[in-house]
Design a protein around this ligand. Structure first.
Ligand code: ADP
Ligand code: MG
Length: 282
């Protein structure tokens, strides 16, 4: 049984003139424990709707969303489902509910009714995991955007979810903040075996995932590994750019310099260096 399963899910909103606006059409997918999935698609493609369906914040109009085999429409399973799937949202300023970092991280575990010792241990662990231990007593106004998002991640982490969804959580951050958050997420996935769905329109972040799901106008246009970047039409049709190094590599390949398909700055540099030491293959 998969950890998360969407079976032919449909979802519509009621629009301004009372007409139904279809946001997701016939979505079927599974996510397993420990997977690192990027969910990409342009504005309005249905990414946030999909995220909110995962932990029962909204219920499907058709089909089913199952977490550990239990439908999100089963009210008796919902508390458990919300413990298993945590969501980090875009705006770091809207996610802090207290004025001290560690109190904020404690908020989730307190609501689970855990004992004080356990709450303390989880808060310390979560702050350490995101590299924010030394800011435990700080007020959020002292923190950068990247640091605030790391606190928001710690808050979700303290609930010990099996899947963390980041809904454009780096969207309001500068490149440094984005890098901080991505590093933290990669580490949690690797060291804690936490599954991750990273919703992003930064294709460099998508390239960090093991699997990429492309949403286009409420439907899944593609779902696969990094080899998807070899079929750029998939991304172009969905209104998305390719990752910078994929684009650069394609240009070099086009002019006869065979650099393959590097996905990161390091891989790109290594491929170019290999050609340079060969004296350039043309
Ligand atoms: P994304 O996160 O990919 O930008 P969303 O899931 O937010 O996409 O939106 C999908 C579609 O649903 C869009 O057409 C959007 O306009 C519509 N939509 C989203 N939220 C609402 C809402 N609260 N009321 C009406 N329509 C909505
Ligand atoms: Mg969205």
């Amino acid at each position: 049984m998969s950890f998360l399963e969407f079976k032919n899910v449909e979802y519509s909103y009621v629009g301004g003139d009372d007409e139904l606006v279809s946001a997701l059409k016939d979505i079927s997918l599974t996510v397993e424990r420990g997977e690192f999935v990027a969910l990409v698609g342009c504005n309005g493609s249905g990414k946030s709707t999909l995220a909110r369906l995962c932990n029962g914040l909204i219920a499907p109009d058709g089909g089913e969303v199952l977490v550990d085999g239990k439908p999100t429409t089963d009210k008796s399973a919902l508390f458990d489902i919300r413990k298993k799937i945590g969501i980090v949202f875009q705006n770091p300023d809207n996610q802090m509910v207290t004025t001290i970092v560690e109190d904020d991280v404690a908020f989730g575990p307190e609501n689970l009714g855990l004992k004080p010792d356990e709450i303390r241990a989880r808060v310390d662990w979560a702050l350490k995991s995101v590299g924010m231990s030394e800011h435990a007593k700080s007020g959020p106004f002292r923190l950068s955007g990247g640091q605030k998002q790391r606190v928001a991640i710690a808050g979700v982490l303290a609930i010990k979810p099996e899947l963390m969804i980041l809904d454009e959580a780096t969207g309001m951050l500068d490149p440094n903040g984005r890098r901080e958050v991505l590093e933290v997420v990669k580490k949690l996935n690797r060291d804690e075996n936490m599954a991750v769905i990273m919703i992003t329109h930064f294709m460099e972040e998508a390239a960090a995932a093991d699997r990429i799901i492309v949403l286009n106008k409420g439907s899944i246009a593609a779902d696969g590994g990094k080899e998807l970047f070899n079929t750029p039409e998939v991304f172009e049709d969905a209104g998305l750019d390719l990752p910078l190094y994929v684009r650069l590599a394609r240009r070099l390949n086009d002019i006869g310099m065979d650099v393959g398909c590097p996905l990161t700055a390091d891989e790109f540099a290594a491929a170019v260096a290999a050609i340079a030491t060969e004296g350039g293959k043309r």
